[in-house]
Design a protein around this ligand. Sequence first.
Ligand SMILES: O=C(O)CCC(=O)C(=O)O
Ligand SMILES: [Fe+2]
Length: 272
Amino acid sequence: MNITIEQLTPAIGAVVSGVDLSRPLDAQTRDAVEALMLAHQVIFFRDQALTEEQQRDLAAGFGPLHIHPIYPRCERVPEIMLLDTALNDLRDNALWHSDVSFTETPSLGAVLLARKVPALGGDTLWASATAAYDALPDTLKTYLGTLSATHDLAKSFPAERFGSEQLAAAKRSNPPVVHPVIRTHPVTGKKAIFVSEGFTTGIVGMEPPMAEPLLAMLYAHVARPEYTVRWKWRAGDVAIWDNRVTQHYATYDYGDAHRVMNRATIMGDRPF
Ligand SMILES: O=C(O)CCC(=O)C(=O)O
Ligand SMILES: [Fe+2]
């Protein structure tokens, strides 16, 4: 094994070479990939021709897998979620979010494979919510550490585009949840801002006229270019990210071009 890495920005992101993700990872390689994900928060691999089964098995090496309540899935391998512009209107991912924060135990991370990408556009950005947290003034860190926020699936799956019985059922089984505004990474101990435009709906005990500007300030702060990395996909690229301390944004700037991504989602713990 000869793993090399190229860091993409000081805050977040690295390209990893020298790993064939299609083969079962030996313990040493698996641990190395996990350590790189923890260190760089999102890592990218080029030229990985994975089948759905191989992608599932790769992700399952990092924990049990989650099956999404709304997005379509691969029939043969239900742990593979399909982000396919031919099946769904995907513009709802064009806002900053941390995946499935509308559940009690949002995902630990995900393995995303690009299958078909537009000639131009469709980049995905990730932001480091730990770098953003670190840059806050100490007084604000302390104050935010006392707050909790509500997260709701309904915010990112508008009825006009997901207006099905399935959406109604998903809403019934996923009522709004409460998470700390600042969460602590269970492995690294780093603190991160854990509110996002995608699913956060309010701050517990605070009226909307006060909560909304505070939340808007935090969303804008996390999305500052200094804390982000922007990835230009090629088919066969794989991204693995730590969903506990990052947010991401899938740009929707490619009109009617066909874009197909497959995601395997790793289950996580309750934020604290
Ligand atoms: O389509 C993408 O690039 C990412 C979409 C997304 O938000 C996700 O896979 O969690
Ligand atoms: Fe996402």
